[in-house]
Design a protein around this ligand. Structure first.
Ligand SMILES: Cc1cc2nc3c(=O)[nH]c(=O)nc-3n(C[C@H](O)[C@H](O)[C@H](O)COP(=O)(O)O)c2cc1C
Length: 182
């Protein structure tokens, strides 16, 4: 197979999540692909453009939420990534709920929610990467399998190139190729 050099823009896949923060006392959400896990401790990162409305709320309160929408909510997810809370009130698009351990709104309609306390910030060009310790986690009961969120029930949306994709099949089990101890 011949390799061809291509344009150096990351292709994905990423999953679409809604980052939430409290701005002027109201919930605000921005769709992001720049989200991920950073260690085996319950720590996540999100990367937000400095000019976003959501960013101001994370800086002000020191907390953010990560909400994993089901692909059935793709229109609302896309909308939150298209218009800014700096111009439009997005506080009523979803129903919000809170946990007393930190001031960031979470989304009832999203099957999985993480409330994170900012423990480090890394400036990156005109973005800020917020590293957050998960201080509370929620999941919709009907998306659980043996007490843990099940991917095919949560139905996350995968971002690639300029498209949204859903998950169809489980193709293997993690660590299934390891036999015996290392
Ligand atoms: C699919 C998708 C992925 C996005 N990923 C990011 C991202 O990773 N980081 C970011 O800062 N903005 C990202 N955006 C753009 C913001 O969601 C968008 O500018 C939004 O209007 C910001 O809202 P706010 O100003 O209310 O915070 C993404 C938008 C879409 C549609």
């Amino acid at each position: 197979m011949m390799k061809k050099k291509v344009v150096n823009i990351p292709f994905g896949p990423y999953i679409a999540v809604l980052a939430g923060s409290t701005v002027n006392g109201k919930p605000n959400y921005a769709t992001i692909g720049a989200y991920g896990v950073v260690s085996q401790k319950p720590v996540l990162y999100i990367s937000l453009k400095n000019s976003h409305c959501t960013t101001a709320g994370v800086v002000e309160n020191g907390f953010f939420s990560v909400n994993i929408p089901s692909s059935e909510n793709i229109e609302k997810t896309d909308y939150c990534g298209t218009v800014s809370g700096n111009k439009v009130d997005k506080s009523k698009i979803f129903e919000s709920f809170y946990d007393e351990v930190g001031n960031a709104p979470m989304i009832k309609e999203c099957p999985v929610n993480y409330l994170c306390k900012v423990i480090q910030t890394i400036p990156m060009f005109d973005f800020t990467m917020f590293i957050g310790e998960i201080v509370a986690a929620y999941a919709n009961e009907d998306c659980l399998e043996n007490g843990r969120p099940d991917a095919l029930k949560v139905k996350p949306t995968v971002l690639m190139d300029s498209g949204y994709f859903d998950l169809k099949n489980r193709v293997g089990s993690i660590f299934s190729t390891c036999s015996g101890s290392k």
